[in-house]
Design a protein around this ligand. Structure first.
Ligand SMILES: [Zn+2]
Ligand SMILES: [Zn+2]
Length: 117
């Protein structure tokens, strides 16, 4: 492939917007890729900004993961409930699980508050 503007110069790549070949001299670097002209560069930049804002909006708000806490509580309840030998371990799991649950509830509450504020 040769440069669109300089017929004898080999292209270093293709414009991300229109696909024309661009040589080292004509290339316009943009965060979204290379462009052949200022117009194409602006188009690529706009597209990149659009994609970035779209993905930022789609990102779900940070939510705490309750699964490890539930597992911990379940383990604790099982150990304490069955009064098996690792009784202390069960109590530890129960207390630790409850603390983690409270911590996550506060985290979620804060996130919600920040989201609505
Ligand atoms: Zn172009
Ligand atoms: Zn060129």
């Amino acid at each position: 492939m040769e440069c669109f503007y300089h017929e004898s110069t080999p292209a270093v790549g293709a414009c991300r917007s229109c696909g024309r070949g661009v040589c080292r001299e004509c290339v316009q670097q943009s965060p979204g890729g290379i462009a052949c002209s200022a117009d194409c560069r602006a188009r690529i930049d706009n597209m990149a900004a659009l994609v970035a804002s779209a993905t930022a909006e789609q990102k779900p708000p940070a939510r705490a993961d309750y699964r490890p806490v539930l597992l911990m509580l379940l383990l604790g309840v099982t150990f304490v409930g069955l009064l098996t030998r690792p009784y202390a371990l069960g109590l530890f799991c129960l207390v630790f699980g409850l603390l983690s649950l409270i911590y996550r509830l506060i985290q979620n509450w804060r996130a919600k508050k920040q989201h609505t504020a």
